[in-house]
Design a protein. Structure first.
Length: 137
């Protein structure tokens, strides 16, 4: 049996963090969480996740700071990152992608969008039937 794909969710809102964790766990992922950017970077070093779902607006270190740290910290392999945030401005999207984010999804989101984007981030088939209809390309 192969190990589960490890996902780190960095989100300061407990309700949103739990929703994302639950839905990804139901889809078969090994999910770990962080409540701010500083904790996210510690978890990245400890866990070596296969992918990350990252909020932008977080205390201590925001998502842009995390993306920058991921790029510049020695010994951290590239991690595909899905930015999941309430920030809709095109400048934010450009900045996140410029810092290495592979995808950008705005809140509110639906579960199908989340699963499709995470699967695409990992370049793997969707975890369940019927999810393809939700993919926004």
């Amino acid at each position: 049996m192969s190990p589960k794909t490890r996902i780190l969710v960095a989100e300061d809102d407990l309700g949103v963090r739990d929703l994302i964790r639950t839905r990804l766990e139901m889809a078969g992922y090994d999910v770990h969480t962080a409540k701010n950017g500083v904790e996210a970077m510690k978890r990245v070093s400890e866990l070596r996740p296969d992918a990350m779902v990252l909020d932008i607006n977080m205390p201590e270190m925001d998502g842009f700071g995390v993306l920058e740290a991921l790029r510049t910290t020695e010994g951290i392999k590239p991690i595909p990152v899905l930015v999941l945030t309430a920030r809709h401005a095109s400048d934010d999207v450009r900045r996140a992608v410029g810092l290495g984010a592979k995808d950008y999804l705005t809140k509110p989101f639906n579960e199908g969008q989340l699963l499709a984007r995470v699967a695409r981030l990992l370049r793997r088939p969707l975890p369940g039937p019927g999810q393809a209809d939700s993919v926004l390309v």
